[in-house]
Design a protein around this ligand. Structure first.
Ligand SMILES: [Fe+2]
Ligand SMILES: [Fe+2]
Length: 396
């Protein structure tokens, strides 16, 4: 009986575009494929120096692009693999998962010509055929050269000449040019909605704030803010929170961190900000409230949720919104943090937001105890509230 046939389409997909889809559709028809598996890459070893878009964004875009084609599906095997991703590991894993399939690993001619630099490239042929897609057969005359033992495993197919490249698309988005008809509509919408390929520093208001932060904060603190923006963006994607709001809240959260105690007290007096007894003696507890005031008055941020997230990022509070939780957590786990257990907490943050937040609050409380500092009641209320919430969720 004929084996079912599977095409394997690996790639960075940054972003996926109509060229990829046309190739997949063409080879799927030519080789009577029953399935084409799209595999967005994790951390590809040969693209070490390039900045690659967040993997969850690339995953979502592929998901949108292939929706509606029943032969196309997506796999997270490379995205979820820790460390560098090598094709040999992928094809081996696929072979274990789909032993009954005849497999064709689809690759461009340029990539094939680099194959010998790949890890354990000879072993790749034990798990899959390789299907080289090319624009012209003339170019591939010598393609089998040096692969004598594997000739029967190498296939070459001519696909329509489509001059679309992901790099070109990214440049167009950055320049605010149309990418209509280059990517599926759903991908175009996703890119717009999530502001992918738009450098944060290109947006005028954020740019202004960033340059002010760069001038006023110590370099380490500025780096921390960029880290919080990054973490907040990832968490907002995971937890379905408006990404723009998360970015703005992260951008402002430590805005007044450079001020000393006198500056803060003066600012508070001039702007009619009142602090409770505990806050008024602690600069750490004042900086969120002051940052909120600056965001509102100087930069006209009026969204109550953003403002609350800025204000309560240090203490938390009872009944925190999703955005508030997210900013508190992003501040705690951003990429520059390196305390013991941070990796585990990063993991939990993408699995259970409330649980992660409780852990972060516990860490904050423990730190305050060690330092002999006062714990603000809002922090304890936040913790108690979250524990109640969590047990309600469990139906206890
Ligand atoms: Fe802070
Ligand atoms: Fe911070």
């Amino acid at each position: 009986m004929k084996k079912p046939v599977m095409g394997i389409m690996g790639g960075t997909f940054d972003p996926i575009h109509n060229g990829h889809l046309i190739i997949a559709e063409t080879v799927s028809n030519l080789y009577n494929m029953d399935k084409v598996l799209f595999i967005p890459s994790g951390d590809p070893p040969h693209k070490q120096n390039l900045k690659i878009t967040e993997k969850e964004d690339r995953y979502e875009m592929v998901k949108y692009a292939i929706a509606g084609n029943e032969k196309f599906s997506i796999s997270r095997i490379e995205l979820d693999r820790k460390g560098k991703t090598y094709t040999i590991d992928t094809v081996k894993e696929l072979n274990d998962m789909y032993p009954e399939y005849e497999k064709f690993f689809i690759m461009g001619e340029d990539a094939f010509r680099q194959l010998k630099t790949w890890k354990d490239y000879e072993k790749i042929f034990s798990y899959t055929n390789i299907l080289i897609v090319t624009r012209s057969f003339n170019m591939t005359m010598d393609i089998h050269k040096g692969f004598d033992d594997f000739c029967s495993k190498i296939y070459v197919t001519k696909t329509p000449f489509i001059e679309i490249s992901s790099t070109h698309i990214r440049e167009k988005v950055e320049k605010n040019q149309s990418i209509r008809y280059l990517v599926p509509k759903e991908v175009e919408d996703y890119i717009k909605r999530n502001k992918i390929y738009i450098n944060l520093e290109n947006s005028n208001k954020n740019n202004l704030v960033l340059s002010e932060l760069k001038n006023t904060l110590k370099p380490k603190r500025y780096k921390h803010v960029l880290g919080v923006i990054d973490a907040a963006k990832k968490l907002s994607l995971k937890w379905n929170v408006d990404q723009e709001k998360a970015e703005i809240a992260a951008l402002f959260h430590d805005f007044s961190k450079n001020m000393d105690f006198e500056d803060m007290t003066r600012y508070a007096a001039e702007n009619e900000i009142t602090f409770d007894k505990i806050e008024s003696s602690n600069k750490e507890l004042m900086h969120g409230r002051i940052a909120r005031d600056i965001a509102y008055k100087k930069y006209f941020i009026t969204d109550e949720d953003i403002l609350n997230s800025i204000e309560y990022h240090t203490t938390g509070r009872r009944g925190m919104s999703k955005l508030e939780k997210l900013i508190f957590l992003a501040d705690y786990i951003e990429p520059n943090r390196s305390f013991p257990g941070v990796d585990k907490l990063r993991d939990i943050s993408f699995k259970n937001l409330d649980k992660a937040l409780i852990d972060a609050i516990d860490g904050t409380i423990e730190h305050l105890i060690q330092m002999g500092e006062i714990i603000h009641p809002r922090t304890l209320e936040a913790r108690n509230y979250l524990i109640e919430e969590l047990s309600n969720q469990r139906g206890e």
